[in-house]
Design a protein around this ligand. Structure first.
Ligand code: NDP
Ligand code: OXD
Length: 313
């Protein structure tokens, strides 16, 4: 049996070392040329090059090394084996930290205080209470629900939108295309935690931004996108920031990653940028999760967190 780790734009060594420690004696490979492809049972992938996985005739499972699987389904020649994604407390907590940090950063006007500090200006802005601000989360799955609960504990009015209707204590839940408008029109800070699928591609566009609340305490709505760059239309974000439809944005993901140096987003005063690290998967936690699944699967336990290829998430 061999395990293949296929990652692009990540340091592969830490993943290999971790898997070797967790699965001593297993043949851990990083390339299809490391030995006979017939030996490879499991592939651990992040943005695998298209067409590689179909060359593995005895592949049993594809493990995405992240929560999202759009990077796996991007391969038009994907073999028909189960695709498993990461659901792990370490990843979930890191994401909620990021969402809470950036909601608070906008709510407490921290960027404006940063600018005052640069100019040595001692001045206070008016500050609304958390209970006056509505945070709306697109996507009430593993990550959206955790972030929603943590924001609700801080006192924000929290709502969420998903495909199927949810029930959550003290969270206003909306679903489907019928529920989207009601959800948007009460949202002051919009957080995107959707998976990227054909249905959600480009959802963060000017039409949607215009439907957000424009009467809330923050003057203009805020966008925080931690889903995928494919959700956002960057030209619309820039236009909407400039005409006041949006007040400010935090973006962790981009149409093209790394964000090109030429992107006007870099220099925009109301844009906060991070390099797709909202919940950077830590090799220790993620490899433990995958190694445990492989061991359980080999002793006959069904796989957990298998995604539905028809839904794409
Ligand atoms: P889940 O699959 O648990 O949740 C996805 C949520 O989105 C569900 O509530 C689902 O609805 C909803 N959804 C999907 N499609 C639609 C649709 N067409 N209309 C309305 N709602 C929809 O995913 P996770 O919470 O684990 O992760 C979400 C995404 O976060 C990942 O796919 C990934 O893209 C992104 N991510 C980003 C990271 C980063 O570092 N920036 C790190 C980790 C993840 P329903 O519940 O009804 O199925
Ligand atoms: C993920 C990510 O999907 O880090 O886990 O983007």
């Amino acid at each position: 049996m061999a395990v293949l780790i296929l990652v692009s734009d990540w340091d592969i060594d830490s993943w290999v070392q971790r898997m070797q420690t967790l699965m001593p004696g297993k043949d851990i490979r990083t390339s299809l040329d490391d030995g006979p492809v017939e030996d490879i049972d499991y592939a651990l992938v992040w943005k695998p090059p298209a067409g590689q996985l179909k060359k593995l005739p005895n592949l049993k499972v594809i493990f995405s090394l992240g929560a999202g699987v759009d990077h796996v389904f991007a391969d038009p020649d994907l073999p028909g084996v189960p695709v498993v994604r990461v659901i792990d407390d370490d990843l979930t907590m890191r994401m909620s930290e990021y969402v809470v940090l950036h909601v608070l950063l906008h709510h407490r006007k921290q960027r404006a205080y940063d600018a005052l500090q640069r100019n040595k200006v001692w001045r206070e802005f008016s500050q609304s209470a958390a209970h006056e601000v509505s945070v709306g989360i697109l996507g009430l799955g593993t990550l959206g629900q955790d972030a929603a609960r943590k924001l609700q504990i801080l006192g924000f009015k929290v709502s969420g939108w998903s495909r199927s209707q949810k029930e959550m204590e003290n969270i206003d839940c909306f679903s489907g295309s019928d529920g989207l408008n009601d959800f948007l029109e009460k949202t002051d800070i919009l957080v995107c935690l959707l998976p990227l699928t054909p249905d959600t591609m480009g959802i963060l566009n000017a039409d949607l931004f215009r439907r957000l609340s424009h009467t809330g305490p923050l003057n203009a709505p805020i966008l925080i996108n931690v889903g995928r760059g494919g959700h956002q239309v960057e030209a619309d974000i820039l236009d909407c920031l400039d005409d006041g439809t949006l007040g400010a944005v935090t973006l962790d993901v981009f149409e093209t990653e790394p964000l090109p140096e030429t992107s006007p987003l870099w220099d925009h005063p109301n844009v906060t940028i991070t390099p797709h690290n909202a919940s950077s998967s830590h090799p220790n936690a993620i490899c433990r999760n995958v190694a445990d699944q492989i061991k359980a699967f080999e002793s006959g336990t069904p796989l957990k967190n298998v995604v539905d290829p028809d839904r794409g998430y």
